[in-house]
Ligand binder design. Structure first.
Ligand code: SF4
Length: 480
């Protein structure tokens, strides 16, 4: 029996432009793909929220430039199908008769992106081919300038851009590409190839299916390696970093990374480490924040997607070799003010001593923003910024290089190599993105009391380990 032909939607079309192989797997072997993870679900939830706001806005009747939209002309999720091509538009606005429409695509992004033009070009093609006249295409997105107040104000939250011209320019290309995509999803398993320039390689099911032997430490892990060099190595069938020839052209840093891997050698620049450590001033304050970024921030004064600090962890060591003391604070609801956290932190961080962080641009940025939002804490946060010591820098500068870092300098790559006595492996929450999402879930009413209390406990453990990890790494550097 002949297989039923698969349907091509706008989402499929966009995915094809991004990665044809991933689309083929999703349409033909969905079980091979990982389930929708927390991160993806979190983005989908924000998209759905913005869809709801946009629907409310159009239902109330909004004005675009001089066009006052009549709610009676608005239709949500209007569907068109031409053969195996299917388009469901977020919002259609009728103009005169039922078959003359303007299309509106809603996105939780803060600006128009290339894929949005393709998305609307695909929709326009399907609608036109099934008998509609499409007069214009618009993108409804979130305004960058939006600042949360008590009530969500749709007019200032949403922005509309007329992208009719840009979409028009893509129509010919879309009409030529869409049948190819349809053929692709209904075709045989794609040929084996290693795509260049995608960061998912180690976890991509397509690559795993075709290259089960792709080594854990591969040429894709070489820091800042160009696509051209990757292409050359793949062409020579070299995937393992161990097999990169000694005469293959690489930058000095890349060559050093490869040599360290191949010779299984540790590089230790003792003089440079010593000079860096001399800048430390006791007491040492090891500080880490967890933050929440959401399309509509929960507290007044925050911009769209602006990071809102909801937790800090602090380990304090008063003198060299002395005991470390731990402090922490976690906001337990979305309405508890960040000011409470600052008030607590100010009591724990004294007026002198280095404030140690991992990747200082993050903490520095949050401190500046919090200082602007809560001016009473501005001088304190400015002083903390003046005293920041970035513990990642000695690793970024190559003062300490280890083959097991695999060319990375994140806390999660360095800690398991230098301090095996502490580990993230036993924790329920093991990274910052999961911490953000878990805090969101623990404070939006979806959890029962017990699960919420456990989640808060897990968040505290996670953030505490981030600062303890820095204490342990510092001990190693000071010994050096
Ligand atoms: S690694 Fe290749 S096949 Fe996998 S998602 Fe990236 S581009 Fe697609």
């Amino acid at each position: 029996m002949k297989n039923k032909q698969k349907t091509l939607s706008k989402t499929d079309y966009i995915q094809y432009l991004d990665c044809p192989e991933e689309l083929w797997l999703r349409k033909n072997k969905p079980a091979a793909l990982p389930p929708v993870d927390l991160d993806r679900q979190y983005k989908l939830d924000q998209g759905n929220l913005i869809d709801d706001f946009a629907q409310q806005w159009f239902s109330d009747g909004c004005v675009i430039e001089d066009w006052a939209i009549n709610p009676a002309d608005v239709e949500f999720q209007l569907k068109a199908q031409n053969g195996n091509m299917l388009a469901i538009t977020d919002i259609a606005v009728r103009q005169g008769d039922a078959k003359t429409i303007a299309l509106f695509e809603v996105k939780a992004a803060t600006s128009v992106k290339k894929e949005h033009y393709h998305d609307l070009a695909f929709q326009r093609m399907v609608f036109e081919d099934s008998g509609y006249k499409v007069t214009a295409t618009y993108l409804v997105h979130v305004s960058k300038e939006y600042i949360t107040s008590k009530e969500v104000d749709h007019c200032s939250l949403m922005a509309i851009e007329d992208i009719t011209k840009e979409v028009e320019q893509l129509m010919e290309d879309t009409r030529a590409t869409a049948p190819i995509v349809l053929e692709w999803i209904n075709g045989k398993v794609p040929k084996k190839r290693i795509t260049i320039g995608c960061s998912k390689k180690q976890n991509c099911p397509f690559v795993q299916m075709n290259y089960p032997e792709l080594p854990k430490y591969s040429i894709f892990n070489i820091a800042r390696i160009s696509k051209a060099k990757i292409k050359k190595l793949v062409g020579a069938n070299i995937l393992d970093i161990q097999e990169v020839p000694t005469d293959f052209p690489l930058s000095a840093n890349q060559r050093q990374q490869v040599a360290i891997a191949q010779e299984d050698e540790i590089v230790l620049k003792r003089g440079s480490i010593r000079r860096a450590m001399k800048k430390l001033v006791y007491p040492l304050y090891y500080l880490d924040y967890e933050s929440f970024s959401f399309v509509v921030p929960p507290q007044a004064g925050y911009r769209t997607y602006q990071q809102m600090v909801f937790q800090y962890s602090l380990h304090v060591q008063a003198k060299p070799g002395g005991k470390v003391k731990h402090h922490e604070y976690l906001l337990k609801s979305k309405t508890e003010s960040v000011e409470q956290l600052l008030k607590d932190m100010q009591l724990k961080i004294g007026e002198s001593g280095s404030v140690i962080v991992w990747n200082k641009s993050f903490e520095k940025g949050r401190n500046t923003e919090m200082g602007n939002l809560f001016p009473a804490y501005g001088p304190f946060l400015d002083a903390v910024n003046e005293r920041l010591f970035d513990l990642r820098v000695p690793f970024q500068k190559g003062y300490y290089q280890h083959p097991d870092f695999k060319g990375k300098t994140s806390l999660k790559s360095v800690l398991p190599v230098l301090a095996t006595e502490v580990s993230y492996d036993d924790l329920i929450i093991q990274n910052g993105m999961v911490a953000t999402i878990k805090w969101h879930h623990a404070t939006d009413g979806r959890m029962d009391e017990k699960t919420q209390a456990e989640t808060f406990e897990n968040l505290l453990k996670y953030c505490k380990l981030d600062t303890l990890a820095m204490v342990k790494i510092m001990e190693v550097l000071l010994e050096v």
